[in-house]
Design a protein around this ligand. Structure first.
Ligand code: ZN
Length: 163
């Protein structure tokens, strides 16, 4: 069992904070089997309030479950409750962990932010829902404060966390 933190970094312009719409936000990851090294080419999604593979052995199920195509090992991931965090103006330009994952037999190697982000403009400005960060840059206009706002150079990586 490995605990992994998803870190993001972006440059925020006139924005107070961005965060995922958890527990309904779907994280899209490319995954690698820790046993045989098989790496998926497709994106797998996991959502905190959705469970997969519920059965008598795992009555609570997992946020994500897959049987490795190559080595047949059963791998699973759960989002660790209460680890979702916002990325704020103070974090701008720095990496910050925004969610922690409990990984069993499989690890994420790539993250796609896609849609479902909540954005709050600075100085009590406009709030935006279901923002799509697929393009890595996002520009809007805050009608309340009459300024342009933006999210630029979105990046992500993963770090192993101490138990
Ligand atoms: Zn495998």
């Amino acid at each position: 069992m490995v605990k992994i933190g998803l870190q993001i970094r972006a440059t925020l312009e006139n924005i107070d904070e961005i965060k995922t719409n958890h527990p309904n936000y779907s994280f899209f990851f490319k995954l690698k089997c820790s046993n045989c090294g098989e790496q998926s080419e497709k994106w797998h999604d996991l959502t905190e309030n959705e469970k997969q593979h519920e059965n008598s052995r795992n009555p609570n199920g997992f946020n994500f479950f897959m049987k490795c195509k190559l080595c047949s090992r059963e791998n699973s991931i759960d989002i660790i409750e209460g680890t979702n965090d916002a990325y704020t103006a103070d974090d701008s330009g720095k990496f910050k962990v925004v969610v922690c994952l409990d990984c069993r037999g499989v690890e994420p190697v790539d993250f796609s932010p896609k849609a479902g982000w909540l954005v709050k403009a600075a100085d009590n400005g406009q709030a935006f829902e279901d923002v799509d960060l697929s393009e890595d840059d996002w520009v809007e206009y805050d009608n309340k404060n009459k300024v342009s706002i933006g999210i630029y150079e979105f990046e992500s990586n993963f770090i192993k966390l101490k138990k």
